[in-house]
Design a protein around this ligand. Structure first.
Ligand SMILES: C[S@@+](CC[C@H](N)C(=O)[O-])C[C@H]1O[C@@H](n2cnc3c(N)ncnc32)[C@H](O)[C@@H]1O
Length: 226
């Protein structure tokens, strides 16, 4: 039987799998953007900067899906003792934010969080991870593919958080909130805190501001790594 031809995607996956990973090799099912972005000079340069930060003594926070960037900028100005890595799969938001001067403690990287954590972050290096209103992908057909906070991601969050580190997740979708809460609580190693115990309890993202303005309920989950 002749072997089926190797497609561009298979080739990329093969090359990508040759990278060294700190965490579990990610599954490529349902990744939002293509793998080719991880081979660009832009990605390599950003990773070099991230590694400089990782090798420094300063605390690191990660904001996943920063979009318009209201939260990440306010956070960076108010928390100069953190270096903050913003992850976004939609490169348009990075280009928009980088047009204007940014605080020196912000680094914006085009990446899916499910790739970035295992590829770039060593064990126990992160003090805070923020997911402000992650896309819920709550329909059943997304369950296997796109929905965040399945066990591989939760385990990666656990691996990269320092002891006492915090993950703060907010959403306006109650079913998604329950799904995330159950998954975290069925993993050992996290303690659920009151939302006011989060270091970012008083900081608004664009979506939080909008949801609050419409008078809709916001569900916050704050977990501490034990
Ligand atoms: C609903 S928006 C929330 C934006 C912002 N955090 C806020 O609260 O206003 C979700 C953002 O997460 C980004 N995103 C979705 N999945 C992602 C992933 N796996 N890794 C990184 N960013 C992701 C999307 O491109 C989008 O900009």
């Amino acid at each position: 039987m002749p072997k089926p031809p190797v497609t561009g995607k298979e080739n990329l996956i093969k090359k990508f799998n040759e990278f060294e990973f700190y965490g579990e090799k990610p599954s490529f099912k349902g990744l939002i953007s293509g793998l080719s972005i991880y081979f660009t000079d832009e990605f390599k340069n950003k990773i070099e900067k991230a590694k400089e930060w990782i090798n420094s003594d300063k605390k690191i926070a990660i904001d996943v899906g920063f979009r318009r960037g209201y939260f990440i900028r306010t956070f960076a100005w108010n928390f100069p003792f953190y270096n903050i890595i913003g992850l976004e799969v939609d490169g348009k938001w990075i280009a928009r934010l980088e047009k204007h001067p940014l605080p020196p403690n912000i680094l914006l990287v085009k990446s899916d969080v499910r790739i970035f954590l295992p590829l770039v972050i060593p064990n126990q290096r992160i003090s805070l991870i923020v997911f402000n209103f992650p896309d819920p992908w709550w329909k059943d057909k997304h369950k296997e593919r796109k929905r965040l906070f399945d066990f591989p991601l939760i385990n990666e969050i656990k691996r990269v958080l320092a002891i006492g580190g915090i993950v703060h997740i907010s959403t306006d979708v109650e079913t998604f909130y329950k799904y995330i809460k159950n998954n975290f609580l069925s993993e050992s190693g996290f303690k659920l805190l009151h939302k006011n115990e989060s270091p970012i309890a008083n900081y608004y993202s664009h979506r939080r501001w909008h949801t609050a303005k419409e008078g809709r309920q916001i569900f916050d989950l704050v977990f501490k790594k034990l």
